[in-house]
Design a protein around this ligand. Sequence first.
Ligand SMILES: [Fe+2]
Ligand SMILES: [Fe+2]
Length: 298
Amino acid sequence: MEGKLYPEQNREHVLHLLSRCEDFLALPSPVQVILGVTSGRSTSSTTLASLIQNDPVIASGIIAIANSPYYGFSKKIHRISHAVSLLGFEEIRNLVLSMAVVQLFDHRGFGSPDRIWRHSCAVGVATRMVAGFFKVKIESKFFLAGLLHDIGKVFLSQYLPDKYTEMLAILEREGGGITYHVLEEAFFGISHAQIGKMLMEFWNFPEGVVHAVQCHHAPSNAVTDAFLASCVHIADLICIVKGISPLGDRYFLAVDKKVVPLLTGLKENFCTEDLFSLLSQLDLEIDRQSGFVSAFRR
Ligand SMILES: [Fe+2]
Ligand SMILES: [Fe+2]
């Protein structure tokens, strides 16, 4: 590789920005109030519902989510109070938090406009689909972990756009001589997965979601909820194979082979046929979940 990369300097710069993220990545106060209420045990559903009701954007998002096929409720939900009682405080908390986080970033990422968000939403939907395949209880964490798995890349592209463009130019110049992930570490001295972990901790996401973001390229390393991290990993692979990638190509992505014993524990003989089946369902699933996804992309 030509030229010097200065990873120590770049890493220091990234860490400095992260240490200041309170200044530019703090959640709006109405959202903070809702999050505070959902974590307290003494609040009633009525109080939570009226706080959500006060914010028309959050309220319409919650109604759209509750009526989407994501959860598969049989009856139409018109009232926030009904959505709160059906979903529960924890789900509401995770949904409100994630909707707010997505709004903190502008969606004109690196490369082609909003390619990263298209990839992120597709991975969110695919993560839920993979979890459904293993017949586990469907919760919001599947979509959210998939949606935010590459948030570290979004951060780099938005807050260090010149450096990020420089790194992508090197990747282009190397023409396959180096993988994206190897170059990212060599250039920034830190991976987007590590950056993602720090951001998710800053926003107080549940531990399992933090670990899924941190370990989405090596899910067997996830200390908490390795199944969730594995679902994100497989979803990421499926989307890349489908060509729904952040860089618009089928860039090299290593498979963590240690996920296999974990998944075969849930479904005997998990095999390539199952991967093909998941791959072929993805387009339909993205279509089916469009109402859910649009609550996050306004
Ligand atoms: Fe990634
Ligand atoms: Fe990804």
